[in-house]
Design a protein around this ligand. Structure first.
Ligand SMILES: Cc1ncc(C[n+]2csc(CCOP(=O)(O)OP(=O)(O)O)c2C)c(N)n1
Length: 572
């Protein structure tokens, strides 16, 4: 299999290791061309081979924890699998957080780790850990390639690689792990083409709901008075949004969504946390659905989970092409294994008797709490809640917004969506360890302006995200510096603990400014409303031609007071 060499390389030299040639050929055959490499010695055969081939777009990131999240962001942005390549030992272990996040966000990472031959494991050899299937809880499949290069072993390796690459994107996408034991010498190169490899295809049959089943579903929908549709975290999907809008309009169903669902129809209901707080003090049972239909990934709102677990629907259908049994509300009665857009499209053709009383109930509530929020936020002092309002007003439309865990995502959800923005967040496992790296990876191939808003602890945790060559002019980082883990002051439990200040809040007086300078970012700061408005204007001005960081300083105690007051106002 011929290939073009990178134009800054003079010779067509690739590793002499046959498995690696095979792997490169199969990756190309499956259209997997984005590679994130971390330096090492044992992975030299992969580095030498991938970096010579023009079709591979290789990036280099030293910190494997950051590289993993960067790859996740890349994959999310271009909706394709991304390969990760690292050496043996703790290098491989450092991928684990990103692999777990990718697993729970259904992102197909192809994790390629170099290893020593198994007879050297646990033998006081350097840089080895027990690496076989180390990500077993977070991958669809983990393989270790055979060491030998006999015809049979190469056939076996090709079959296993084919299977991994197919499974990564089949059904619910997920990471796969290809561990490669390698014998020295590691740097021997040959002038050769890639081998002609046999690609094995996986043909997936898309299931459709039968006519009979559809008419049964229709009957249930028509006879249930209160139909509630809940959209979890989703990638932007206009076809799905159209189908859902049509179904909701025809059926009168209420569609609840968060910003991370990436839906924008104004007939849908957002502001979930404040609406539910308000409902609790009236007659919550009036809002209890008869039929709940869910799809997508996780939801941020804890209040929603508590509400639906208490006021259980008579029926709960979960729609998913891969058929996972998410019984988040302890009421699951049916899993419908179909494409979500197809499901709503098919049902729209059968349903047309929209009774909007349930929808009006929710929309009236939403309007009331949003008005209350707006008048409250207008008059509060400078705080995280206020800063998020001002930031939301200034972020340009039609951009990508990445939200850090944990209070940033919650504050953003309390405010209106930025017009036509796409929202992302590492909500698969809700870690604070890779929010910035994910955004940097995403932004590195995004044609849009990308803003990441994250807390100070998350920023410092993942500041190595800035330690690479892929920081583009389209990146804007907003660090909400409230002096520590302010989220723990907002939620009950940690804030009452005697260990709160030292072990939950973990006060942080370091400033992001020094790191911004170290990584050559333009730096802005704000400690009050006037400064923030001024900084935001410059931060988002077309004149800002370079990646920039805005550090917003707020007072943790004021933040907690303001946040709690909003909810008590909503309650009263
Ligand atoms: C890797 C990881 N470690 C610990 C946590 C627990 N945790 C959740 S939020 C948080 C504090 C975050 O602080 P910061 O980034 O400053 O944001 P804030 O919520 O204070 O605005 C911590 C430690 C986590 N989610 N992920």
């Amino acid at each position: 299999m011929g290939f073009a060499i990178r134009n800054d390389i003079l010779e067509k030299m690739i590793s002499d290791k046959k498995h690696i040639q095979l792997l490169a050929a199969l990756l190309l055959k499956k259209g997997i061309t984005d590679v994130v490499i971390s330096p090492g010695s044992r992975n030299a055969p992969m580095i030498n081979t991938f970096s010579c081939i023009a079709d591979f777009n290789c990036r280099n990131i030293v910190d494997e924890r950051s590289a993993g999240y960067f790859a996740l962001g890349l994959s999310l942005a271009n909706q394709k699998p991304v390969a990760l390549v690292c050496t043996s030992g703790t290098a491989a272990l450092n991928y684990t957080p990103a692999v777990a996040e990718a697993f729970y966000q259904n992102i197909p990472l192809i994790v390629i780790t170099a290893d020593r031959p198994d007879y050297w494991i646990d033998q006081a050899e350097s840089q080895c850990v027990r690496q076989e299937n180390i990500y077993q809880n977070f991958t669809k499949k983990g393989i270790s390639l055979p060491l030998g290069e006999s015809e049979k072993e190469l056939w076996f390796a090709a079959r296993q690689i084919n299977e991994c690459l197919n499974l990564a994107v089949a059904g619910a996408p997920a990471p796969v792990h290809i561990n490669i034991p390698l014998e020295e010498p590691l740097h021997q190169l040959v002038e050769a083409d890639l081998p002609d490899v046999k690609g094995i295809e996986l043909s997936e049959i898309i299931s459709h709901v039968t006519k009979n089943e559809l008419s049964g579903l229709k009957e249930t929908i028509i006879h249930s008075q209160k139909n509630l549709i809940l959209a979890g975290q989703l990638n932007p999907n206009p076809a799905l949004e159209n189908a859902l809008s049509e179904f909701a309009a025809k059926s009168g169903a209420v569609v609840l969504h968060e910003h991370l669902s990436n839906l924008s129809d104004s007939q849908f209901c957002g502001s979930i946390d404040t609406v539910l707080t308000s409902i609790q003090v009236e007659k919550p049972e009036d809002f209890k659905p008869d039929l709940l239909i869910t799809f997508g990934g996780q939801l941020v709102s804890k209040a929603l989970k508590q509400f639906l677990r208490k006021y259980k629907p008579a029926q709960h259908w979960h729609i998913s092409p891969s058929g996972e049994h998410f019984d988040t509300y302890q009421s699951l009665t049916k899993v419908i294994k179909v494409d979500v857009a197809d499901f709503f499209k098919s049902l729209s053709k059968l349903v047309d008797d929209s009774d909007e009383s349930y929808l009006n109930q929710w929309k009236t509530k939403e309007k009331a709490v949003n008005q209350l929020r707006d008048s409250y936020v207008k008059n509060i002092g400078f705080s995280d809640l206020k800063a998020f309002e001002l930031i939301g007003q200034q972020i340009p439309a039609n951009t990508a917004i990445h939200l850090g865990n944990s209070s940033p995502v919650r504050y953003a959800l309390l405010h209106n969506r930025v017009e036509k923005a796409h929202y992302f967040s590492n909500r698969g496992t809700a870690g604070i360890d890779g929010c910035l790296s994910t955004a940097v990876g995403f932004a590195s191939i995004s044609g849009k302006l990308n803003t990441i808003i994250l807390g100070d602890l998350s920023f410092f945790y993942d500041s190595n995200a800035l330690w690479n060559k892929y920081i583009g002019a389209n990146l804007r980082i907003i660090v909400i510096h409230n002096g520590g883990g302010n989220i723990f002051g907002m939620i009950k439990g940690p804030s009452d603990s005697p260990a709160y200040a030292e072990h939950f809040f973990a006060g942080n007086s370091h400033k992001a400014e020094v790191l911004a300078k170290a990584f050559n970012l333009d730096y802005y700061k704000a400690s009050d409303e006037t400064e923030l408005k001024r900084s935001l204007e410059a931060f988002y001005s077309p004149k800002q031609q370079k990646a920039a960081l805005l550090e917003v300083f707020t007072d943790a105690e004021v933040n907690v007071k303001v946040f709690r007051e909003l909810f008590s106002k909503v309650k009263s």
